[in-house]
Design a protein around this ligand. Structure first.
Ligand code: GTR
Length: 409
C-alpha cells in the first residue's frame, strides 16, 4: 500500500532530459581525505581514503552489510554434460541460506565449457525473471522465489523469454563459464516481501523496523553475488583468479556495490545501471534520488532519503564508487536511448574515477568527451555507448568478452 502511494507521488515528478538544463555541479573530490590531505600514492589510497569512502557509501547510500556469516549449503540438483548442444556442462545448484531456525533458497544455473579441459574464467550475473527465462531448455527449474510474486503469470516471464540477454553460446565459445541466479531468490523485489529475503535471516532482523543505515535489497543482492563466488571456489574447473561480475540496470547498481566490497571480483561490468549505479547523482538528469527512493523504498538505506532533491549534500558521488574498484577493472556500458539512466552521467563517472586508477599506473579514460556510439574504450576502465534502448544485447556481450579477453588472457 505504502509502495503504491510512493509510486503515485513519483508519477508527478518532472524529469530532466535536456542537457542544457543540467546545472553546474561540483563533485566531491576523489583523492582528498576527510582531514584535507591529498592522496598521491596507491598505498595512501588503500589505507586512508578508500576505507573513508567505503564507510560513506555504506552509511549514506546502500546500507551496511553485516559482518556476520549465515549458513549456506549447496546441493547439485542436475548435471548435464551435453548442455548447449554439447558445448558445455550445465549444472543447477540449490543454495540454502539458513540461520538455524529459518531458511530461504536460491538456484544457481552454471554452464562450463566442455573444451578446454583446463580452468576457465567465469562471468557471474543475476537474471530478472528466473533461470528458466534465460534459455528455452525445458530442464531448467523455475527459480524458488517466483511463486511469491504476482508477475510470473505475465507472458514476459515465459521460458526463454529473456534469452536474448544471455548470449550463453557466445560466452562458452569464447572459453568462459557463466553463472546466473534470479535476484528475487535473494530479495524478492518488492518492499512487502522483505520477510522472504536473506536479510530476514540475519541477527536482529525486525520486519517492522529498519534502522537508518541498515542494508536493503541492493545490499542483499550484492551480498548474494559474493555467495555465488563462494560456491564457484568449490568448482575445480573455474579459475577463481578471473571472475567477472555483470549486472544490468538495478543489478548493475548491485554489481558495483558488490565489487567495491569484495575483492574477488576482478572485473565488474555495469550495464545501463543509471541512478544509484554508474551515473553521477549531481547531474539530476533522468532518474533522480527522489524519484528512485519514492519508487523503490526498499533498495537503498533509509539515510539515502535525506538526499532527495538535495544531491549536492551527498558526501560522495558515483565516480567514487567506481574508483573503489581499482585496481580491478571496471566497465560501464550505456545505451543511447536510455536517457532515464543518463548515459552522459554514466560516462562521466567512469571518466572521473580515473585518478584512482592512475595511482596504480593503470589506464584511465583520458577525455571527458563521450565517445561516439559503438566506439568502445578498452583500457583498465572501459566504456561503450550502444545504440538503442535499455537492454542487454549481443553487442554488449561482445564488448564485455573483448574486455575480459584483454584482462584475463
Ligand atoms: C527502473 C529504475 C531504474 C532501473 C530499472 C531496471 O524502473 O527506475 O533505476 O534500475 O528499473 O532495473 O530495469
Amino acid at each position: 500500500m505504502m509502495w503504491l502511494f510512493a509510486s503515485l507521488v513519483n508519477a508527478q515528478q518532472t524529469v530532466n532530459y535536456d542537457e542544457s538544463k543540467v546545472s553546474a555541479y561540483l563533485l566531491p573530490e576523489l583523492l582528498k581525505c576527510k582531514n584535507g590531505v591529498m592522496v598521491t600514492t596507491a598505498e595512501q589510497w588503500e589505507k586512508q581514503r578508500k576505507p573513508e569512502l567505503m564507510k560513506l557509501f555504506a552509511s549514506q547510500i546502500y546500507g551496511r552489510t553485516p559482518a556476520e556469516n549465515i549458513d549456506v549449503t549447496y546441493e547439485v540438483l542436475t548435471e548435464d554434460t551435453e548442455a548447449l548442444g554439447g558445448k558445455a556442462t550445465g549444472k543447477q545448484v540449490r543454495f540454502t541460506f539458513s540461520n538455524g531456525t529459518k531458511k530461504t533458497e536460491a538456484i544457481l544455473l552454471l554452464y562450463i565449457p566442455n573444451k578446454p579441459k583446463s580452468k576457465v574464467p567465469v562471468f557471474i550475473g543475476y537474471n530478472f525473471k528466473g533461470n528458466h527465462s534465460t534459455i528455452t531448455d525445458s530442464t531448467i527449474f523455475y527459480s524458488p522465489a517466483l511463486h511469491l510474486l504476482k508477475e510470473p503469470d505475465h507472458p514476459d516471464w515465459k521460458r526463454g523469454n529473456q534469452s536474448s540477454r544471455w548470449s550463453y553460446e557466445k560466452i562458452i565459445d569464447r572459453g568462459y563459464a557463466v553463472a546466473t541466479m534470479c535476484y528475487h531468490d535473494i530479495y524478492p523485489d518488492n518492499p512487502e516481501l522483505k520477510d522472504h529475503s536473506v536479510i530476514s535471516l540475519f541477527r536482529g532482523y525486525d520486519s517492522g523496523k529498519t534502522t537508518p543505515g541498515e542494508w536493503q535489497s541492493i545490499g542483499a543482492w550484492a551480498w548474494g553475488s559474493s555467495r555465488i563466488v563462494d560456491f564457484l571456489e568449490t568448482q575445480q574447473q573455474i579459475d577463481t583468479d578471473k571472475i567477472a561480475l555483470m549486472g544490468h540496470s538495478r543489478l548493475g547498481k548491485a554489481a558495483l556495490w558488490a565489487a567495491a566490497q569484495d575483492q574477488r571480483f576482478h572485473i565488474v561490468i555495469s550495464n545501463n545501471s543509471g541512478c544509484g549505479g554508474a551515473a553521477l547523482f549531481r547531474r539530476k538528469f533522468g532518474e533522480t534520488t527522489e524519484i528512485i527512493n519514492n519508487a523503490f523504498p526498499h533498495w537503498f538505506c533509509e539515510n539515502f532519503r535525506q538526499y532527495n532533491n538535495k544531491e549536492e549534500l551527498l558526501p560522495v558521488d558515483q565516480h567514487q564508487l567506481l574508483a573503489l574498484i581499482a585496481p580491478r577493472k571496471v566497465y560501464v556500458a550505456s545505451a543511447q536511448e536510455d536517457l532515464w539512466a543518463d548515459p552522459e552521467g554514466e560516462f562521466l563517472s567512469a571518466y572521473h574515477a580515473g585518478p584512482a586508477y592512475r595511482l596504480y599506473g593503470l589506464e584511465a579514460i583520458d577525455t571527458d568527451k563521450m565517445p561516439e556510439q559503438h566506439k568502445p574504450i578498452m583500457g583498465d576502465i572501459g566504456y561503450h555507448l550502444r545504440g538503442g534502448k535499455h537492454d542487454v544485447t549481443d553487442y554488449d556481450w561482445e564488448q564485455f568478452l573483448d574486455f575480459a579477453d584483454k584482462h584475463f588472457k
